[in-house]
Each structure stands twice: as C-alpha cells, then as structure tokens.
Write a protein that binds this ligand. Structure first.
Ligand SMILES: *[C@@H]1O[C@H](CO)[C@@H](O)[C@H](O)[C@H]1NC(C)=O
Ligand SMILES: *[C@@H]1O[C@H](CO)[C@@H](O)[C@H](O)[C@H]1NC(C)=O
Ligand SMILES: *[C@@H]1O[C@H](CO)[C@@H](O)[C@H](O)[C@H]1NC(C)=O
Ligand SMILES: *[C@@H]1O[C@H](CO)[C@@H](O)[C@H](O)[C@H]1NC(C)=O
Ligand SMILES: *[C@@H]1O[C@H](CO)[C@@H](O)[C@H](O)[C@H]1NC(C)=O
Ligand SMILES: *[C@@H]1O[C@H](CO)[C@@H](O)[C@H](O)[C@H]1NC(C)=O
Length: 241
C-alpha cells in the first residue's frame, strides 16, 4: 500500500516536472542528446522565455550575435584554423544539426585583433546550436590552452568555459562552487542595446557518467569530477538604449 501510494505520487510529480514550461525541451527525453558528436557537453541554454529580439540569429535588432558580441565573443580569426565543426541532435525532429557558428572570446573586445590573439593565446569558445521546436539556443562552451598545445583543453575546461561565458554575459564574476540554488543576474550593453540576463542552474540534463565526455582525461583532476554537471539557463531581457 505504502509502495503504491508513493509510486503514484512520484509518477504525478515527475509528470508535473515534464509539464512545466522550462523554456526549452530536454533533448534526452526526445531521443536527442546534450553532447555533441565529439562528446562535448552543452552547458548553457538560452531559454525561450527570453526577449524574442535576442532569440533571432542576427547581429542587428538586438539579436543573438549582438548579445554574444557584447559578451566578448566574435567570429573566428580569418585564415586561422579553429578546429572542426561539431554536430548534435537536440530532439527537435530535424535530426543531427551542424553547429551554427563557433565564436571565440575577443581579447580587449577588439573584433579582429581580439579573436586572432585568442587563437594564439587560447581562451574561451562557444559553439551555437538551436532547438527548432522551442527556439532555445544550446551552447557548448569550453576554455582552451594556447595554440602551442594545439588547443588542448585545460583542467575543468567545460565548467570554466561556462563560468567565463555567463560571467561575461552579465559582467558578474562567477565563483567556482555552484549549486542548483545559485542565481546570478547582471547586464551588459552592446551597440545601443542593453541585455539583462538572469541565470539559474539545472542538474540532471547532462549524463552523470562523465567518463563519456571528450578529453575527460585532460580536464579531470585526479580525484575530482570532470564537471559539476550543471547547465546554466539564461533568461535575457532586452532594452533599446
Ligand atoms: C518554449 O519552450 C516550451 C517548452 O518548455 C514550449 O512549451 C513553448 O511552446 C516554447 N515557446 C515558444 C515560443 O516556442
Ligand atoms: C532515436 O535515435 C536513434 C539513433 O539516432 C534512431 O536510430 C532512431 O530512429 C530514433 N528514434 C526515434 C523514435 O526518433
Ligand atoms: C570573461 O572571459 C575571460 C576569458 O575568456 C575571463 O578571463 C574573464 O574573467 C571573464 N570575465 C568574467 C566577469 O567572468
Ligand atoms: C563591469 O563592471 C565593472 C564594475 O564591477 C565596471 O567597472 C565595468 O565597466 C563593467 N564592464 C562592462 C563591460 O560593463
Ligand atoms: C531577474 O532578476 C532580477 C534581479 O534579481 C529580478 O528583479 C527579476 O524579477 C528577474 N526576472 C525574472 C524574469 O526572473
Ligand atoms: C561509464 O561509462 C564507461 C564508458 O562507457 C563505462 O565503462 C562505465 O561502466 C560507466 N560507468 C557507469 C557508472 O555507468
């Protein structure tokens, strides 16, 4: 009797969880994945509860690429090899999609010099994917060492990449230790648009068996987890200045 009651309660609870509008769909429940074909994790999601203006893949009108530029990310440095394309199935019925873009952190926020220096000295990058059914963006972020080490990932590369990315998108320094109760909010400005971003964290989207992750031997310190397994969920509000 007790078992039946609790099983029922849990079934109702999990149904409720599925029914909550999260601003994206969990790809794993839809036969998709949170890992790229190269086993890099999606660790940032831009929720569809964000302002519709930032959900457009555009550099104008306050669009996504203007936001990412505001966070210090620009296109790749012309003529320098930046690593291969990756793909993912986000469970949106379009099958495996190739990344929309790879954006690298611009030192000094200089669009040309910045990304070139970044490719020489290493740094942060983000791969952009879109879940067509929800309109949410799924970003795979990581930090890298310099080009003399052939862009090997450093310790905690995925978590550090995520924290740098969300730090730069809010101008808030993100501490290393995070939980599902952590929240941050802050704003940045770019080309006369102001972006206010609220950040929360979700556990359980990424596979807890992190030995399946690419480069895990390089990013996992002895005795440590390869990652805290948290995905940052961004809700972005946009104002024209
Ligand atoms: C946003 O995502 C939710 C899923 O959490 C979905 O129900 C909703 O229709 C989506 N909204 C838009 C505008 O696509
Ligand atoms: C689920 O994914 C597998 C592998 O990608 C594919 O073979 C299968 O057809 C998919 N099933 C559904 C119901 O989409
Ligand atoms: C922004 O990113 C750079 C490297 O990509 C990092 O050095 C810096 O600390 C980040 N800023 C914030 C506020 O997180
Ligand atoms: C980030 O915040 C600091 C103060 O904490 C401020 O001096 C700086 O101008 C801000 N940077 C941007 C790009 O808004
Ligand atoms: C975003 O965060 C700010 C500051 O904490 C808060 O005032 C606002 O209500 C939040 N917005 C949403 C939609 O959660
Ligand atoms: C994690 O994945 C590895 C590689 O596939 C496998 O050997 C190991 O048994 C898995 N661990 C768990 C706890 O599932």
């Amino acid at each position: 009797m007790y078992g039946l009651c609790c099983a029922l309660l849990m079934a109702i609870a999990s149904h409720r969880v599925l029914a909550i509008d999260m601003g994206y769909y969990n790809p794993v429940l839809l036969n998709g994945s949170m890992m790229t074909d190269s086993h890099e994790p999606v660790n940032v999601i831009i929720s569809n509860r964000s302002d519709p203006r930032v959900m457009v893949e555009s550099i104008i009108g306050g669009g996504l690429y203007n936001y990412l530029a505001g966070a210090g990310f620009g296109g790749e440095c012309f003529g320098l090899h930046m690593g291969g394309l990756q793909s993912i199935d986000l469970g949106d019925g379009t099958g495996t999609q190739i990344q929309k873009n790879i954006l690298r952190y611009q030192y000094f926020h200089d669009p040309y010099l910045g990304t070139c220096l970044e490719s020489i000295y290493g740094g942060n990058h983000v791969r952009v994917f879109k879940q067509e059914t929800s309109g949410a963006y799924f970003l795979a972020t990581s930090a890298e060492q310099d080009s003399t080490t052939h862009h090997n990932l450093g310790w905690d590369a995925y978590d550090i990449g995520r924290n740098y990315f969300i730090g730069n998108s809010t101008n808030v320094t993100i501490p290393e230790e995070l939980t599902t109760h952590s929240t941050f909010s802050g704003h940045i400005e770019q080309n006369k648009w102001r972006y206010m971003t609220n950040i929360t964290f979700v556990d359980g989207l990424l596979d807890t068996n992190r030995s399946l992750w690419n480069h895990f031997a390089q990013v996992q310190e002895v005795g440590e987890e390869v990652s805290d397994g948290l995905v940052a969920i961004l809700e972005i509000h946009v104002d024209k200045l």
